[in-house]
Design a protein around this ligand. Structure first.
Ligand code: SIN
Length: 315
């Protein structure tokens, strides 16, 4: 989203209407802004600013219809139609922009994707040339326990990398496999992977610059079938294991326990996320949107030092 430049007076008013309450962790904030269907341009810009500042934002409220959710998502940029979020076993979407994430079956057919399985740490759609900017998940039905979603601050993961490891990854890229989704299901139209070097998917730099904040972040995508270009498979596996162990340390993360009506928005350019499994006998129904992004790149003019949220966390 291009933040619209409102006058100082109207910005001030929007800040008063939009309250941002950071979590006690190193990322995440609750944004209190009243009815999300009634945001004016200044309010929407303040909400988006909170996303850039805190990496993940939570808005609590009422259940939105799909058209309302789509209208809300469009306030933050052009929506993506998720062409690969399909295994072929789920029902056709009612709205092209809304992906249903659910374990519920209707007449024996899945109404959505990802089932009740654990969803491994990942950054959404890293397997595409232009991965997503943001994703938004709206909770319609949640299980009594389990199914929490966790986030990792990838600016902080990069900022806290040991110097030798930073040097080791300088200039390297990861090949991001697109064969399986984050619950381990084979996507429609893909064949299982037998050699990670030949898996279908783009190369992206291991460190990317966030084009809107200007800070660098570690960009790992997802672990299964990843490959660091130019290394032997054994060297690549070893280095990836080290980077993943570093990036998913609990002190770099924050986990959210869902309530119906919640909307979480996260910035895929600087966070990874993960979902805990939950009781298959309970229902979990979430509606998801995703925003179009840019091709990951490392810029020579990126900002030095820590992203302000990481800096606050390290104090
Ligand atoms: C996702 O990875 O988009 C789903 C996360 C969740 O179901 O909590």
């Amino acid at each position: 989203m291009q933040i619209q430049h409102a006058t100082r007076e109207s910005n001030q008013r929007a800040q008063e209407r939009v309250e941002v309450v950071p979590t006690a962790a190193c990322l995440g904030a609750e944004v209190r802004c009243g009815d999300v269907r009634a945001l004016d341009a200044d309010d929407a810009a303040s909400v988006y600013r909170a996303l850039l500042d805190h990496l993940v934002i939570l808005l609590r409220g009422r259940r939105l219809s799909d058209p309302e959710l789509i209208a809300f998502g469009r306030r933050f940029g052009e929506l993506d139609l998720a062409p690969y979020a399909k295994t072929g076993a789920e029902k056709q979407r009612d709205h092209a922009e809304v992906i249903v994430v659910s374990n519920v079956l209707e007449n024996g057919q899945a109404i959505g994707v990802l089932r009740d399985a654990e969803v491994v740490w990942h950054s959404d759609n890293s397997y595409r040339e232009t991965p997503l900017s943001f994703s938004a998940l709206h909770a319609l039905e949640v299980p009594p326990s389990g199914g929490d979603t966790g986030f990792a601050n990838m600016y902080l993961a990069f900022e806290t990398l040991p110097a030798a490891l930073r040097e080791r990854i300088a200039g390297l890229s990861i090949k991001h496999d697109m064969t399986y989704n984050s619950a381990g299901d084979l996507r429609a139209g893909f064949e299982p992977v037998s050699d990670v070097r030949k898996a279908p998917g783009p190369l992206h730099p291991i460190v990317r610059t966030h084009l809107e904040t200007g800070y660098d972040a570690l960009y790992l995508g997802r672990r299964p079938n990843a490959y660091i270009d130019g290394l032997s498979v054994a060297e690549s596996e070893d280095l990836l294991d080290t980077l993943w162990a570093h990036a998913t340390q609990p002190h770099l993360t924050w986990h959210h326990q869902w309530r119906p009506g919640d909307i979480l928005i996260w910035d895929n350019r600087c966070v990874m996320h993960h979902r805990d499994p939950f009781d298959p006998g309970s229902r979990r129904v979430m509606h998801r949107l995703q925003g179009k992004g840019d091709k990951p790149a490392l810029r020579s003019d990126s900002k030095a030092g820590a992203h302000p949220r990481s800096a606050a966390c390290n104090q």
